[in-house]
Every structure is written in structure tokens, then in C-alpha cells.
Design a protein around this ligand. Structure first.
Ligand SMILES: Nc1ncnc2c1ncn2[C@@H]1O[C@H](COP(=O)(O)OP(=O)(O)OP(=O)(O)O)[C@@H](O)[C@H]1O
Ligand SMILES: [Mg+2]
Length: 349
């Protein structure tokens, strides 16, 4: 996967901006607030069709403007996202793409950012969100099942709010849900199996230390039990007036040598586990799509000591495109060739 150019119009702090990237290492340098993260965010908006920094698409529009536009040239195709105050439109080579599922993940990028560390302490819902986004990008089956499941879940919760619950309708909803739940669990299991295959070895490569890193998938049910569990939960659902069983309650926990990561790992070790997790995620994407995602490192290198910085850069294969941001090029120990993109205050505003 190769991004060659990016054009931003009225996006965040940019009125008009144009950037070109080289196939391997790119370094964006600029002072705090100069718009480094905004560039990476815009690539993620094309990848995920939404930002990770805001729920409101309107926040992406430059203040005082009517709409924002991102044009990203990736593997000789032009991906365009046009954001209005109320909605957004997606285009590939100027053709309107009506279904989000046909756009999401076409440009595959993995972002590393300091706040990723929150993954370990976030709410299960936020952790699930990451899971859903990443699996959706490689599996149409997953995103379609998840969308249908979420819509049925809404119907079911509405039904359960009623004083007299229509039992027949509840059964119909449960029957439609069961195959979708099985697909969701199965795809999540595959995700964690792949991550667990790689994560410890990658951790050792980056940190130089051997630890058994593992993610435990806390699933709502075994696949073969789903129908029974749905049936079993009916009384509880009616009592609590919401759907108490299902993959919308799933979660996952990280362990280090068998212990909960939150209780044993130092801050630096957590950071490394997270980086190892993201590189394992890259393997998952490669295995499922045959494509190597673009790697975006936002302010990550400056958080590592020089040895770890060097080890991290060394595990990046030469055919992988990487975009790094930093406030000062002198903070980085980089031996490879790179393209420098310097943001000057006032350049793009
Ligand atoms: N909708 C918007 N309209 C105009 N400007 C915006 C909008 N959203 C954010 N900005 C501006 O974008 C700038 C922040 O950009 P960004 O987060 O990319 O900076 P950065 O270079 O990554 O900084 P740091 O080094 O602190 O991480 C701020 O100056 C902010 O005011
Ligand atoms: Mg930033």
C-alpha cells in the first residue's frame, strides 16, 4: 500500500495544502499545533471513514468554512472524502461510493499514537471499538454481520422496554441474531489467534527482552452455545429491560507472563506491548488482505529511549511506507534515507 500524495482543502487548520510522500520513510516536522497530527488524522479518515479524535465530522471542517475535502492518492487511485456540516460523501476515482463498507479499509493504515496506551484502562466499549474497526477493514463478512446485529440489537432493546414483551417477536429477533453472533465471535477469535501468534516475538524484537505476551478474548459464549445462551438470557433480558447477552458485551485483556498487564507492567513495558500489538495487527492485515498497511507514527519515537527507537526502526521492513511526526528532527536517531516535510507556521493557514 503506497500513498503518493495528499491534498487537503479547508481541513482542520489547512485551507489548501498539498503533500507528496516517498515510498519508505517520511518525517513530518513542525512545532506544537502546526498541523502534524491533522495530516495523519486525514489519512485515517480516508482509511476508516471517520476520525479517531472526534465523533463529530463537522469538527474536521476548518472553522468558518462550509466543507472539508481530503484527496488521497493511494496505489494510483484517488480516494476523496468530502465532509459537509451534516453528512459526508465518499468517492473513488470520482465515482460516488454509497456504501461505507465498500470504502472502509481500501486504504489501509495503522496509526501509533501516545494515547493508545489508554487501551489498557479504557472501557470495554472503547476496546471493542478498536476491534470492530480493525476487523471490519479486512472482513466484509464481519462488518455486514456487525451492522445487521447492531440494528437487531436496537430493535430488541426497544422491544424489551415495553411492559408486555411480545414473546413471538423476541424469538424472531433472537433467531435472526444467532448466525450473526456466531460470525462476530468467529472473526474475533481469528483476530486474537493471529495477534497472539506474533505479539511475543515482536515484543522481543523491539525491547530485546523475552516475555510471554498474550491477549485473552473474553467472549460472551462459545459458538456452539449461542442459541442456548440467547434462549437462556430471555428471562433476565425481560427483567432488566435490555439485552444482557451478546457480543456487545465482549472484551479482551492483555497478560504478561500470565499476569494482568495493568498490574505488572511498567509504563515503558506497556508502551512496548502496545507497539508489539500494533505490529501484530499489521501482520493480521497482511495475512488477510495481502497488502502491507501504511504505518503512521505520531509522536511515538520521542517517547522511546534511543536504543528502543533504533530497534523499532530496524523492524520496519524496507517495503513498508512509514510516516513519522516529530517536533524536532534532532530528537530522532535515523540512519535510513527519508523525505522531510517541514511545516512552517502560517504555511497552510
Ligand atoms: N476545525 C478546525 N479549524 C481550524 N483549526 C483547527 C481545527 N481543528 C484543529 N485546528 C487547529 O489545528 C492545530 C492542531 O493541529 P495538530 O493537532 O495537527 O498539531 P500538531 O502539529 O500535531 O501539534 P503537537 O505537536 O502539539 O501534537 C491547532 O492549532 C488547532 O487550533
Ligand atoms: Mg500532534
Amino acid at each position: 500500500m503506497l500513498v503518493t500524495a495528499l491534498r487537503l482543502n479547508d481541513y482542520r487548520n489547512y485551507s489548501k495544502a498539498f503533500f507528496e510522500f516517498n515510498p519508505h520513510l517520511n518525517i513530518i516536522v513542525g512545532k506544537n499545533g502546526s498541523g502534524k497530527t491533522n495530516i495523519l488524522e486525514s489519512i485515517i479518515v480516508v482509511s476508516n471513514t471517520k476520525s479517531y479524535r472526534t465523533r463529530e465530522d463537522a469538527d474536521l471542517i476548518k472553522k468558518g468554512c462550509e466543507f472539508a475535502r481530503i484527496d488521497l492518492v493511494c496505489d494510483s487511485k484517488i480516494y476523496k472524502v468530502v465532509i459537509n456540516k451534516k453528512n459526508k460523501s465518499l468517492f473513488i476515482d470520482n465515482n460516488l461510493v454509497k456504501r461505507t463498507s465498500e470504502f472502509i479499509g481500501k486504504v489501509n493504515a495503522v496509526l501509533f499514537k501516545p494515547s493508545d496506551l489508554e487501551l489498557f484502562t479504557q472501557s470495554p466499549g472503547e476496546r471493542r471499538n478498536l476491534l470492530d474497526i480493525e476487523i471490519s477493514k479486512v472482513s466484509n463478512k464481519y462488518i455486514n454481520s456487525l451492522l445487521k446485529y447492531n440494528s437487531l440489537l436496537k430493535d430488541k432493546n426497544k422491544l424489551l422496554k415495553e411492559l408486555e414483551v411480545d414473546e413471538l417477536l423476541l424469538n424472531v429477533i433472537n433467531e435472526s441474531m444467532a448466525p450473526l453472533i456466531k460470525i462476530i465471535i468467529e472473526e474475533r477469535e481469528k483476530f486474537f489467534d493471529t495477534i497472539n501468534n506474533y505479539i511475543s516475538a515482536i515484543y522481543e524484537q523491539i525491547s530485546g527482552k523475552k516475555f510471554d505476551i498474550n491477549i485473552t478474548y473474553k467472549k460472551c459464549s462459545e459458538i456452539y452455545d449461542v442459541i442456548d445462551e440467547l434462549e437462556f438470557a430471555k428471562e433476565k433480558d425481560k427483567y432488566y429491560h435490555y439485552s444482557t447477552f451478546g457480543p456487545h458485551h465482549d472484551d479482551y485483556r492483555f497478560t504478561m507472563n500470565g499476569y494482568d498487564l495493568n498490574s505488572v507492567a511498567s509504563q515503558g513495558q506497556r508502551r512496548m506491548v502496545l507497539i508489539a500489538f500494533k505490529f501484530a495487527l499489521i501482520k493480521y492485515i497482511e495475512n488477510n488482505t495481502g497488502e502491507t498497511p501504511i504505518v503512521l507514527l505520531d509522536d511515538i519515537l520521542s517517547e522511546l529511549d534511543k536504543d528502543n527507537q533504533e530497534r523499532l526502526l530496524n523492524i520496519i521492513p524496507s517495503d513498508m511506507q512509514v510516516i513519522i511526526t516529530n517536533t524536532d528532527i534532532n530528537n530522532l536517531r535515523i540512519n535510513n534515507n527519508y523525505k522531510l516535510i517541514e511545516l512552517k507556521e502560517g504555511d497552510n493557514v
